[in-house]
Design a binder for this molecule. Structure first.
Ligand code: ATP
Ligand code: MG
Length: 353
């Protein structure tokens, strides 16, 4: 008799996040940092996650990696990586996953390096632990890794300490450490924010090259839509702990539906802007995550907002192949155009700020 087919994740889906919520208990109340996020990532693909400061990008990445504080946190929902459930997984399962299966590059390279340990030791430690190789083999692998991340004079660098390197070089080292065990997924959380613009582009290009060579999937997190524009297959836009729009990258740029995405787009620095011109920033500030406003959390800042938006939470709806958004009066729609006209005629129907 044929066995019923097991409900496994299809082979091409590397990561499937379902209704993931991570809430922190604080003296002020419950902070809903991530509040019902669902996303999928196929093998070898790149997903960009964008949103302003405080929108929950880092907490989402840490929830996937299970790198959350031990206390006062509650994380629910599902994170299936290569078919294995990670929410509620034991520490042993996670320790085996970090390195060979998933790795993370953090925003500030200085905090992820040990200042009193030589670069070489920092790289070989993980290699020896995970790959069970001897010291000399680990040394040779470390040398090859530094070469692959474009570090000149790698043998000398292995004997140096983090403070002897520039910010860009340090971030290359952090990337080398993350890649050391050949992860299937790299989470890069604002990997270039601490670096100047030229170095930023070099590091992003390096990540793209490494990803292609290694057929590795990547989640690239940034507050800047411009950074993820040319370097991702899909983009998810986050606001106040939720995904408010997601789409294949080209579609997001050609036909965005969320007013928040439009506002982020307007704040991308452009080449034609002369240096020192002020960028358009999004008016108002992100909501308090302890006491969020009723309705759509972007409504108080939205130029399209109507009374309905202050009362009801818009659900994430499917629009086009792979494109979803959460808005009652979307950009580019008749309803959106009418809402905008009404707000221009009667500005008080708009949000409060
Ligand atoms: N350990 C914690 N305890 C309480 N609240 C937290 C904790 N960690 C994060 N938060 C809150 O969760 C929210 C989301 O934070 P998160 O760091 O994910 O934002 P982000 O989108 O990564 O922002 P940024 O662009 O500044 O890095 C913030 O309001 C933050 O204050
Ligand atoms: Mg962050």
């Amino acid at each position: 008799m044929m066995q019923a087919e097991e409900a496994t994740t299809p082979d091409d889906i590397l990561l499937r996040i379902d209704e993931l919520a991570t809430h922190f208990r604080t003296p002020r109340g419950l902070v809903k940092a991530v509040d019902g996020v669902s996303l999928t990532l196929e093998r070898g693909r790149t997903l960009g996650i964008v949103g302003e400061s405080g929108s929950g990008k880092s907490v989402l990445a840490r929830s996937v990696m299970r790198l959350l504080p031990r206390r006062n946190v509650n994380s629910t929902g599902s994170v299936r990586f290569e078919g294995q459930e990670l929410v509620g997984a034991s520490e042993k399962v996670m320790r085996d996953a970090w390195g060979p299966r998933m790795a993370m590059v953090f925003q500030n390279p200085m905090t992820s390096l040990n200042p009193v340990m030589k670069i070489g030791t920092q790289i070989t430690e993980g290699l020896r632990h995970h790959l069970k190789i001897d010291k000399s083999e680990a040394g040779a692998t470390a040398l090859a890794l530094l070469q692959s991340v474009g570090i000149p004079e790698p043998a000398r660098r292995l004997r140096e300490y983090p403070h002897q390197l520039s910010g860009g070089m340090r971030q290359r080292i952090v990337i080398a450490i993350a890649l050391a065990c050949g992860p299937r997924l790299l989470l890069a959380d604002e990997p270039t924010t601490a670096l100047d613009v030229t170095v930023q582009a070099q590091i992003l290009d390096l990540l793209a090259d490494l990803q292609r060579d290694r057929d590795m999937a990547m989640i690239l997190i940034s507050h800047d839509l411009g950074v993820v524009a040319n370097r991702t297959d899909d983009i998810a836009v986050m606001y106040a702990g939720r995904v408010v729009e997601k789409a294949p990258t080209a579609k997001l740029f050609s036909s965005m539906r969320m007013p928040y995405t439009e506002a982020l787009m307007d704040s991308i620095p452009r080449m034609e802007n002369t240096p020192h011109t002020r960028l358009k920033v999004i008016g108002g500030s992100p909501p308090d995550l302890v006491n969020p406003p009723p309705g759509c959390s972007f409504a108080p800042r939205c130029r399209y907002a109507q009374p309905q938006c202050h009362e009801e939470v818009p659900p994430l709806v499917a629009y086009d192949e792979g494109h979803e958004y959460a808005c009652f009066f979307p950009v580019g729609s008749d309803a959106g155009a009418e809402a905008l006209e009404r707000n221009i005629a009667k500005p008080e129907t708009k949000g409060t700020s």
